[in-house]
Design a protein around this ligand. Sequence first.
Ligand SMILES: [Zn+2]
Length: 353
Amino acid sequence: MARFFRRPVRTPKAPVIAPGDYLGVLSEEFHLSKDAVLTAIRAVGIDTEHVREDQMDLLREVLSCKTHNLDRYKSKDPGYEDVLDGEVRSFNEIYVDTAPIIQMDWFLHFVADMEPILKRRKKKLLILEKTMEELHGLKDNPEKDKEVRIRATIRPDLIRSLAKQGLVRIGDTGSEGIADDHLVKLFSRIGMNEDVLLITQDRGLSERIVKLAHEQQSVQRQPYPQTFWEKLMHKELRYPARHTMVVCKLTEGGILRRCYVCPDCGESYYDQVSDCDGVVPCSKCIMDHKVRGEQEMDALKKKQEAEALKAQREAYLKSRPTVEKVIQRRKRQAAFLTLAIGIVVIIILCIVL
Ligand SMILES: [Zn+2]
C-alpha cells in the first residue's frame, strides 16, 4: 500500500495567493466567516500566508470535510446515480480500504454519489477500525506527502460523521489488523455467506481476492441435508445460494473500476463493473485468440484446397490411358477377333461338310 502514499515528483510551484484573495472566495462558497476558514486551514497545518493557487481544491476538501457537506462532489451527470446503484446494489457488504480514502478527492465523490443509494437501500460502507488507526498514523508521518498527511487528518472526522448518519459502519477485524493475508482470510470467510465488494487501490491484494472468488465459484456446492421424510417423498435437493466477491478501485471522480484477472496471460486489469466472474480474458489475449483463430482457419482452408487438388489429380491419374492399359485392351480385342474368326470358320465348315 505504501506506493500510493509516495511523494510525487515535484512540479514547479504555483504562485502564492494573498489571504485577502482566497479567504473571501472560500467563506462565500462555504457560508463560513473568514476567521472560521482561517482556523480550519491552520488546524491541518497549512501555512495561511503561503497558500498556492494549486492548493485551492485541497482547501475546499478541508472545508467540505469539516462542514460534512459533500454536495459539491456529487456527479453532474443525472444518470450516474442509476449506474452506480446498478454496480453496488447486489452487495451486502462494501468494504473501503485505506488508500482509496486518501487518494485525491475521489472518496468524497464516491460518498457524495453513494449517499442517496445507501439511504434508499439501507446499506452502509464498512471501514475497518485498523484503517482508522492507519489514517491516524499517516497524519503524523513526516515521510509522507503533505497532501496525504492533510487528507489523513481530515477524513476520520468525516468518516465518524458519516457513521453517525448511518452511512458508514466502523468494523473491527480483531488484533491481526489489515495485513493482506489477514484480509484475504477475512474475505474468504465472509465471501462464503455474503456478496462482498472490496474497494482497494492495492493491485496485489485485488488479484488475490479475484482468484479466491473464482475458486469459490468453481467449488461444487453441497446440498442441504434432507430429512427422512424428504428423502422418502423424493423432494428436490436444496443448495445454498452462490455468493460473489468483487474488487474495485476508485478512480478520478469516485468512479469504480473492477479488477479482472486474465486466465491466459495471468495479468490483472481494470474495467467497467459487470456482473460476472472476475477471471476474464484481457483484450490483448482476446485479440490474440482472434488472430490465431483466423490463422488456423486460413491454414485449414489451404489444407482442404490441397487435399481437393490431390484427390482430383489421383482421379485423373486413375482414368488416364496407360501403355499397359492399351496393350491389355489390344490383347482383349485380338482374343475377341480370334474367337470370332474361329466361330465363323467352324460354322462354314459345318455348312460345307
Ligand atoms: Zn491476457
